[in-house]
Design a binder for this molecule. Sequence first.
Ligand code: SAM
Length: 225
Amino acid sequence: MNDNATAHMAGEYDNKIEQTIPCYKFFHEQALDLVRVYNNKPKNWLDTGCGTGTMAGKILSSFPDIRLVLADPSKDMIDITRNKLGGYQKQISIITTASQDLVEAEHSFNVITAIMCHHYLEPIMRAAATENCYRMLNKGGIYITFENICPTGEIGIKLGLQRWKKFQMESGKSEEEAASHIARFGKEYFPVTIEEHLQLLRKIGFTCAEVLWASYMQAGFYAIK
Ligand SMILES: C[S@@+](CC[C@H](N)C(=O)[O-])C[C@H]1O[C@@H](n2cnc3c(N)ncnc32)[C@H](O)[C@@H]1O
């Protein structure tokens, strides 16, 4: 059984994700690039919804002195992360917990990333997860998130989903597999518009909330406490 809320079992995630999410690896690069410019010497970083630890590996090689906390509610994803990052035991802590349930101390982190992991939450829990990330950041700390997003109207939703399905088929999925993934929209994940993302970040108290990138049905945001 799949315990990770994505369309893929943990063991197949790394092989399938680039066929599923357009520009997936670019999300990690964009987040790392922003941190290099904003705070080139972060001490503590939380990557929540860490999945199979791909982003974590990049954080550790980009910031060799970092103290990194990794969290994800999926035991299967965490097992893969643990195996992948075995050589980094001294500088990482791994927690099997969802963002909204993390109890790390207030002001613990310079950077928190949440890459493609909060769109599974309905509005109240999404707000709880984002508020919890805010609570755990230092003053001046940066929060970076990427999520599936919802266009603002019916036409945008229809075109966006058609284009996303086309991407998946051009990446090697069968029409049936791509259609089944597209049918998850609003049923197995709950995207909100770019404006709703920014409103939530500002309502929670971030002093700055901006779009980092947007294309297809995904967007990245950053916000500073
Ligand atoms: C699409 S994967 C993204 C994984 C990783 N961030 C990456 O970039 O490859 C979504 C991950 O979010 C996790 N997840 C689901 N609900 C979550 C929540 N409420 N808080 C944190 N992570 C969650 C899933 O277990 C899964 O590992």
